[in-house]
Design a protein around this ligand. Structure first.
Ligand SMILES: [Zn+2]
Length: 183
């Protein structure tokens, strides 16, 4: 299965690797290899060869800290100082540094600590700056994905119009037209 990248922010896409958090949480980083695949698909690193269970535990802990702080950014809950510390500590490591080789050719090399540092750096920029005020939760049910609302009018409601948005619109249409909702 491919991962979705629709949050308009790397840290929020990372937080979304647990789906349907409110109803029936699904862990998308079930095995160490899943985290390697996510990091490559996210474009953080070209390849991530060795990921241990310990690495995966660290990655998930950072992800949960990011998720909780993102929720705090939407004023749904207060920011936990432990989450802030975790992100700061992960960001203290050297992140993946892009090495430019030619037009359109860049190498991104690193291991798990570099990848986590990249994600933590990205999260620090988000939560430490004004973009934190643009964090929204998808209006789709049971979707719990957080995203950045970069729309000019500030009216983005769905993580992905083609999935969540169209499903909601179809359900609303059926309700309005008095037809029963079908699966
Ligand atoms: Zn959604």
């Amino acid at each position: 299965m491919s991962f979705l990248f629709v949050s308009d922010h790397l840290a929020l896409d990372f937080a979304a690797t647990v789906a349907w958090r409110a109803t029936h949480p699904k862990e998308l980083l079930a095995e160490p290899g899943d985290f390697a695949r996510w990091a490559v698909e996210a474009g953080v690193v070209d390849r991530l060869d060795t990921v241990t269970q310990d690495d995966l535990d660290h990655a998930r802990a950072l992800r949960e800290a990011i998720y909780r702080l993102a929720r705090a950014a939407t004023a749904e809950e207060p920011a936990d100082p432990e989450d802030v510390t975790r992100i700061r500590q992960a960001a203290a490591h050297t992140p993946v540094r892009p090495a430019l080789h030619d037009l359109g050719r860049v190498a991104r090399r690193g291991g798990v600590p570099e990848v986590l540092a990249t994600l933590a750096t990205c999260a620090s920029d988000l939560f430490g700056g004004p973009d934190r005020l643009l964090v929204r939760r998808c209006a789709g049910t049971p979707c719990t994905r957080l995203f950045l609302d970069r729309s000019r009018a500030g009216t983005r409601r769905w993580c992905d119009k083609r999935s969540c948005g169209s499903r909601i619109n179809a359900a609303a249409y059926r309700r309005r037209s008095g037809r029963s909702e079908q699966a």
